[in-house]
Design a protein. Structure first.
Length: 194
């Protein structure tokens, strides 16, 4: 069977058409790829339990073949949570974590503070996916110090994008060709949108 993608959005994201995740989903589907891009319940006041249940259900629908997860912002912490509980049959082939906020920033927002309690466990990530890549800016206001340093303990292959902020619509991240190419070819390095 072919590739299957699961695209996971972050906090306060109502899947706007202009966002790079929407654009990615449309581009891959236009090429005949199978892509799931669920709207999480209560995106403004997320429940980690509800979001986790939805991810587990979506993973069950990915089927066989190459299984790829693309997570942005709060969904990166969601993936850290889900990864620690996945069984061998739920393992995916590759994961892209984009612009994870720091635990300190999350802890400052009651709506999402519970996500920050998830441990950063490199062993869980290794059990959950064959490879995991991190892509983040050097100036993300939601991750002071930069995600490359904040999440260094995970030992992930990392692409640092200069001046890309939170890699969202406010930072100009509508269509993002590099992430589309990474979905086709995992050896592609993530570069800023031009």
């Amino acid at each position: 069977m072919g590739r299957r993608f699961l695209v996971l959005h972050g906090w306060q994201n109502h899947r706007p058409v202009g966002h790079w995740q929407w654009q990615l989903t449309e581009a891959l589907r236009a090429e005949g790829e199978q892509v799931l891009y669920p709207q999480f319940p209560s995106p403004d006041a997320p429940s980690r339990a509800d979001w986790t249940a939805l991810v587990r259900a979506e993973l069950a629908q990915l089927g066989s073949g190459e299984r790829v997860v693309v997570a942005h912002s709060l969904a990166c912490w969601l993936w850290l949570s889900v990864a620690s509980a996945l069984g061998a049959g739920e393992r995916v082939d590759r994961v892209l974590l984009v612009a994870p906020p720091s635990a300190e920033v999350l802890a400052g927002y009651p709506e999402v503070a519970g996500f920050a309690s998830v441990p950063q466990d490199p062993a869980a990530l290794a059990r959950a996916a064959t490879t995991t890549r991190l892509a983040a800016a050097d100036d993300d206001p939601y991750c002071p110090g930069g995600a490359a340093a904040v999440f260094a303990g995970l030992g992930l292959d990392t692409d640092v994008l200069p001046g890309a902020a939170h890699l969202d619509l406010d930072a100009g991240y509508g269509r993002w060709p590099a992430v589309e190419e990474w979905c086709r070819d995992p050896s592609t390095r993530l570069t800023p949108r031009v």
